[in-house]
Design a binder for this molecule. Structure first.
Ligand code: ADP
Ligand code: MG
Length: 923
C-alpha cells in the first residue's frame, strides 16, 4: 500500500511535459484579448515595463499588506547599482477583526501605520526638499490593473473579506486614507495611536511631512522579482513558493493584448495558482488531494496551488496518513485520533521530518509530540510520504517554471534563453533539495533555457521600493525624452504648411520671372511623352548620381525589357577631384562594359541618367547647376554635361558613342514605371537624396516656349527650403547635421528626408540623449562621435524589430561598442521611428502639393495617378512607404494615388527616354 501511495504521488516525465504544454496554452489564452476573461491562468498585466538599472536614487516608502500584519519600510537608494540600500522597517499587527471588517477601516489603519512610521523614522534632515514622498504598495491579491497606480481588486483571498473594496481602485482607497491622515487625521482613536498623539510639539507630526503619494501598486511576486534585480543582472522571472504559489515574468509587451503597450516588455503576474481549475490536473489529483480540496474554503478552485502551496502540503500528508492507517499500512493498533484534526501537520513539521537525513529519531520525536505512537517502520514511512508530497510540489513548480521559460524563449525568438529567476517563500528556503529539483526538472522540460535561481533576501519590500523608484525614473525620463523629440514631431498643421509652401515654390519655379530665385527649380526635362509600350530597340544607359555608378545595355523588345548591367565604383577622390578626371573615369567604365558585353562593334543610342540638378536646354543638352550628394568635381558647374562626356570620349578616343538624352533619375523612374502603367505621371526618389518629377501642362511652364501638351518637370525638390521658408522645422539636430555636410545651407528639404542624412540625425539625437543620461546610463560612447557611424540602414533594422526581442538592435549596438540595456534599445527605436516618420510625412507633404496641382491643372474633382518610386530608403525601410501613403491620403484626400516600385528605373528609364525620343522623331 505504501508503494502504491508513493507511486500515486509521483508524476511521470511525459505527464509533466503535457502539463507544461497546457500551462503554455493557458498563458497564451490569458494574454489574448478575446480569451483572457475565460482563462484560468489570469496573466494580469502589472504596468511594470522595466527592471531597475541601478541608477535609482532617493527615499521610497513601502507598505506591504500581509497576513495579519502591515509592514512599513523606508528605503533609501543611492544609485550605486542598488547594492546596499538603506532600510528601516516596522511591523504593525492588524487589530482583531479588521480583515473581515469594513474596507474603509482597513485602509485607515494602513494610512495610520504609514503616518506613525514616518513620525518615528524620518528626521528633519531627511525631510528637506519638500518633494512628495513616493510610496509603493504591495498588495498580494488579484487585481485588474490599468496603470501602475490604478488597480481594481478582483477578489479577496488569504482570509481577507473587507466590505466595499472588491471592484474599487485600491490605490485610490489608500491615497484618500493617507490624505485624510495628512489633513489632520481622525484616526478613529485606536490605542496604538496614543503614543504618537502624545508627541512633544518639537517632534515632527504627521501634518509636517511631505505629502505621501502612492505611485505604484504591485503584487508581492513582482516585488520579489524586482528585489533580485541589480545593475547588470536583471531578474525577469520570480517564483513565490510560500503558503500560496505564484509567478511573474517579463513578457513581450505586444503579447499583453489587453494593454495598449506595444513596445518593450511588461511584467505579467501569472496568478498560476488557478491553473488546472478547468480540470486539466484532475488525473494527477490523488484521493488525498481531493480530500484537501473538499475541506478547503474554495473547493474546485486554485487546483495548482493546492498541490504546491505550503498551506496545503501538511494537509495532503495528513490525508495520506489517514488513508494508509485505514488500510492498516501504518500506525497499526495505535490511537490516531489526532490525525482527524485539521492543520495538525504544519509545514514546519513537514520540513523538519524531511530534512532529517540521519535516521528517524527526529521524526519519532515530532510524531510523538503530535500524540502519535509510531513504530520505527512507521517513522520511515511517514518520512517517505512527506518527501513524496513535497518532492511532487517541487516537481510541479519546475514544470510551471519550465513553461514560463519556454514561453519567454519562444516569444523572444531566441534559440536559447539565459535568465535570472528570483525565488522566495518558505518552501524554497525551508527545503534544501527544492532548488536542486527545480533546476534539474526544469532543465529536462525546457532544455533550451538556462535559469539561474536567485534567493530574494529582503522579501518583496525592497523590490517595491525599486518598482516605485523605476516608475519615477521612467516618468522623469519620459518627460525629458518627449522634450528632446518634440521638435521632430510634426502636427497636421505643420504638414499642411509645408504642402502650401511647396505649392508656392513650385509656382515660383515655373514662372519665368521668379524662376531664378525659387528654391524649387522646376527644371524642364524636354520629355513630353510617357511610354506607350510600342517602343523598341537596343540602348546603352548610364546611371550616375547616387551610391553606385552603373553602365547598362537595355534591349526593349516585344517580349519585354531585358537588361545587362555592371556596377562601377567611383572613388571619393574622383567624385571630389576634377571634372576631366570624373568623365575620363566614366568613359573607362563604358569601354570596359562594352568590351565585356561584346558591344564594341555597333553604335547604340545612349541615355544618360544624371541625377543632379541641371538646366536642360534640350534633351541632349544640360547645364549642371550644382553638385549634390557628396559630389564636387571641379570645372563642371555651368557646363553642358553631355558635352563633358563627349569631350572625354574624344580624349579617350572612343568614337562609338551617341548620346541622345540626358535624363534625371526621377524622370527615368517615371518613364520605366510608365512602361508598365500608363497612369504613371510622377517620379519619386527616396534614396541617397530625394527628388520628384511630374507631368506639367506646357502652358504653366513659363521657362519653355510653347503652350501645347505637357512636359515632365524635374522639380529638384531637395533644395526646397534653401531660401529659408522651412527653417522653422529645423531642429538643433538638423542644423548640426547640415553644418557637417559639404554643402551647408543647401538641399534643406533633402537633408530632412533622405538616406544620406537620417542616420546622422539619429546619431545627433542619440548623442544628446546620452549626454542627458537618458541612454546608456550616462556611460560615454566614443564611437558614437564618429560621423556616419550610424547608418540609415540601421533605422530599417531597428524599426523592423517590431515588438520582438530587439535582438537586432543589440547586434548593431555591439558594432558601435555600446553596452545598451533593453530599455536603451526600446528608446533608440523610438528615436529612429520619430526621425523616419518625419521624413515620410515631409515627403508626403511635398507629394500632396504635386498631386493637388495636377488635379487642379486638369480641372478634376478626383485625380487618379500613379507614382513611380525608386530609392533604397523607400524600398527597404519597413514603415517609410506606409507612413508616406497614409499621410498623403490625409493631405490630399481628392487624389487617389498608387505607388509603383521601379525596377532598375534609372537604366531602363534612360533607355526609354531615348526610345520615346526616337519614336517622337518618327524614327
Ligand atoms: P541612390 O539614391 O544613390 O541611387 P539608393 O537608392 O540605393 O541609391 O539609396 C542609397 C541610400 O539608401 C543610402 O544612402 C543608404 O543610406 C540608404 N539605405 C541603404 N540600405 C538601406 C536600408 N536597408 N534601409 C533604409 N535605407 C537604406
Ligand atoms: Mg538611384
Amino acid at each position: 500500500q505504501i508503494q502504491r501511495a508513493l507511486r500515486s504521488l509521483s508524476i511521470p516525465l511525459e505527464r509533466l511535459h503535457i502539463m507544461k504544454g497546457h500551462m503554455m496554452q493557458d498563458m497564451c489564452k490569458g494574454l489574448c484579448r478575446q480569451t483572457h476573461t475565460q482563462a484560468k491562468v489570469r496573466m494580469l498585466p502589472t504596468y511594470i515595463c522595466s527592471t531597475p538599472n541601478g541608477t535609482e536614487k532617493g527615499n521610497f516608502l513601502v507598505v506591504e499588506l500581509c497576513q495579519n500584519l502591515v509592514r512599513t519600510l523606508l528605503v533609501t537608494l543611492y544609485g550605486d547599482g542598488n547594492m546596499s540600500p538603506h532600510m528601516v522597517y516596522k511591523i504593525f499587527d492588524m487589530p482583531e477583526g479588521i480583515m473581515q471588517g469594513e474596507g474603509e477601516a482597513l485602509f485607515d489603519f494602513i494610512a495610520q501605520c504609514v503616518t506613525q512610521f514616518l513620525a518615528e523614522t524620518t528626521n528633519p534632515d531627511t525631510n528637506t526638499s519638500g518633494e512628495n514622498l513616493p510610496l509603493g504598495f504591495v498588495f498580494p491579491f488579484s487585481c485588474r490593473q490599468t496603470r501602475l497606480d490604478k488597480a481594481e481588486l478582483l477578489s479577496w483571498s488569504k482570509g481577507f473579506s473587507c466590505s466595499g473594496v472588491v471592484g474599487k481602485d485600491v490605490v485610490e482607497l489608500l491615497q484618500s486614507a493617507i490624505n485624510k491622515q495628512e489633513a489632520g487625521g481622525q484616526g478613529g482613536g485606536g490605542n496604538w495611536l496614543s503614543s504618537w498623539r502624545g508627541r512633544k510639539p518639537s517632534q515632527p507630526a504627521a501634518g509636517q511631512f511631505r505629502h505621501v503619494e502612492v505611485v505604484a501598486l504591485m503584487n508581492d511576486t513582482v516585488g520579489t522579482m524586482m528585489t533580485c534585480s541589480m545593475e547588470g543582472r536583471p531578474c525577469e522571472v520570480a517564483v513565490v513558493a510560500d503558503k500560496g504559489s505564484n509567478c511573474c515574468f517579463m513578457a513581450e509587451a505586444f503579447l499583453v493584448e489587453i494593454t495598449d503597450e506595444t513596445s518593450g516588455r511588461m511584467c505579467v503576474n501569472t496568478e498560476w495558482g488557478c491553473f488546472g481549475d478547468d480540470g486539466t490536473l484532475n488525473d494527477i489529483f490523488t484521493p488525498y488531494d481531493v480530500c484537501v480540496d473538499e475541506e478547503s474554503s474554495d473547493p474546485g478552485e486554485k487546483r495548482f496551488e493546492k498541490l504546491v502551496g505550503s498551506l496545503y502540503l501538511g494537509e495532503i500528508i495528513r490525508h495520506a496518513l489517514i488513508a494508509l492507517t485505514a488500510e492498516k499500512a501504518i500506525f497499526t493498533g495505535t490511537d490516531v485520533g489526532v490525525l482527524k484534526q485539521k492543520g495538525v501537520f504544519t509545514i514546519q513539521h513537514v520540513l523538519e521530518i524531511i530534512n532529517n537525513e540521519e535516521g528517524t529519531t527526529e521524526v519519532k520525536r515530532i510524531l510523538e509530540a503530535l500524540g502519535l505512537q509510531p513504530s520505527e517502520r512507521d517513522c520511515g514511512r511517514v518520512q517517505q510520504i512527506c518527501r513524496a508530497v513535497v518532492g511532487r510540489a517541487a516537481t510541479l513548480y519546475a514544470t510551471g517554471l519550465a513553461a514560463i521559460l519556454s514561453y519567454m524563449c519562444q516569444t523572444r525568438e531566441m534559440e536559447t534563453l539565459m535568465v535570472n529567476v528570483g525565488m522566495e517563500g518558505e518552501l524554497y528556503t525551508g527545503y534544501p533539495r527544492f532548488e536542486e529539483i527545480l533546476q534539474s526538472v526544469s532543465r529536462l522540460l525546457a532544455p533550451e533555457c538556462m535559469a539561474t535561481l536567485l534567493p530574494s533576501r529582503d522579501g518583496s519590500g525592497r523590490g517595491a521600493a525599486m518598482v516605485t523608484a523605476v516608475a519615477l525614473r521612467l516618468a522623469a525620463q519620459r518627460r525629458e525624452v518627449n522634450e528632446v523629440l518634440a521638435p521632430l514631431r510634426l502636427s497636421r498643421e505643420d504638414l499642411e504648411g509645408v504642402q502650401a509652401l511647396m505649392r508656392q515654390e513650385m509656382e515660383r519655379g515655373l514662372n519665368k520671372e521668379t524662376h531664378d530665385t525659387a528654391s524649387v527649380r522646376m527644371l524642364p526635362s524636354y520629355v513630353s511623352h510617357t511610354p506607350d509600350g510600342t517602343e523598341r530597340g537596343n540602348f546603352l544607359a548610364l546611371d550616375l548620381g547616387g551610391t553606385n555608378f552603373r553602365v547598362l545595355v537595355v534591349r526593349v523588345t516585344e517580349e519585354g525589357i531585358n537588361i545587362a548591367s555592371e556596377i562601377y565604383v567611383i572613388p571619393a577622390s574622383i567624385m571630389q577631384g576634377t571634372g576631366e578626371g570624373l568623365f575620363d573615369h566614366i568613359i573607362d567604365c563604358i569601354l570596359d562594359f562594352q568590351t565585356k558585353q561584346n558591344l564594341m562593334t555597333n553604335v547604340l543610342p545612349l541615355g544618360f541618367t544624371f541625377s543632379f540638378p541641371c538646366k536642360q536646354v534640350g534633351l541632349d543638352k544640360a547645364l549642371l547647376l550644382t553638385w549634390t550628394k557628396g559630389f564636387s568635381a571641379s570645372g563642371c558647374v555651368g557646363q553642358d554635361v553631355v558635352q563633358l562626356l563627349r569631350e572625354a570620349a574624344v580624349r579617350k578616343q572612343h568614337s562609338g558613342l551617341r548620346v541622345v538624352a540626358l535624363v534625371n533619375d526621377t524622370v527615368g523612374t517615371m518613364m520605366s514605371c510608365g512602361y508598365e502603367d500608363p497612369n504613371c505621371e510622377i517620379g519619386l526618389i527616396v534614396g541617397t537624396g530625394t527628388n520628384a518629377c511630374y507631368m506639367e501642362e506646357m502652358r504653366n511652364v513659363g521657362t519653355v516656349e510653347g503652350d501645347e501638351g505637357r512636359m515632365c518637370i524635374n522639380m529638384e525638390w531637395g533644395a526646397f527650403g534653401d531660401n529659408g521658408c522651412i527653417d522653422h522645422l529645423f531642429t538643433h539636430f538638423d542644423k548640426v547635421v547640415d553644418e557637417t555636410t559639404i554643402n551647408p545651407g543647401k538641399q534643406r528639404f533633402e537633408k530632412l528626408i533622405s538616406g544620406m542624412y537620417l542616420g546622422e540625425i539619429v546619431r545627433q539625437i542619440l548623442m544628446v540623449m546620452a549626454e542627458k543620461q537618458l541612454l546608456f546610463q550616462g556611460r560615454p560612447c566614443p564611437k558614437l562621435q564618429t560621423k556616419d557611424i550610424f547608418q540609415t540602414k540601421f533605422l530599417s533594422t531597428i524599426e523592423l524589430s517590431n515588438g520582438l526581442a530587439l535582438r537586432q538592435i543589440r547586434d548593431i549596438l555591439n558594432e558601435l561598442e555600446l553596452d545598451a540595456s533593453f530599455d536603451d534599445s526600446v528608446l533608440m527605436r523610438e528615436v529612429c521611428q520619430t526621425v523616419s516618420l518625419r521624413a515620410a510625412q515631409l515627403c508626403a507633404a511635398g507629394l500632396a502639393a504635386v498631386v493637388e496641382k495636377m488635379r487642379e491643372n486638369r480641372g478634376l474633382d478626383q485625380l487618379s495617378v500613379t507614382v513611380g518610386v525608386d530609392g533604397t530608403l523607400y524600398k527597404l525601410h519597413p514603415c517609410f512607404s506606409d507612413n508616406l501613403q497614409k499621410t498623403l491620403k490625409e493631405l490630399a484626400p481628392k487624389c487617389n494615388v498608387t505607388f509603383l516600385l521601379s525596377e532598375d528605373g534609372s537604366g531602363k528609364g534612360a533607355a526609354l527616354v531615348a526610345a520615346v525620343a526616337n519614336r517622337a522623331a518618327g524614327q
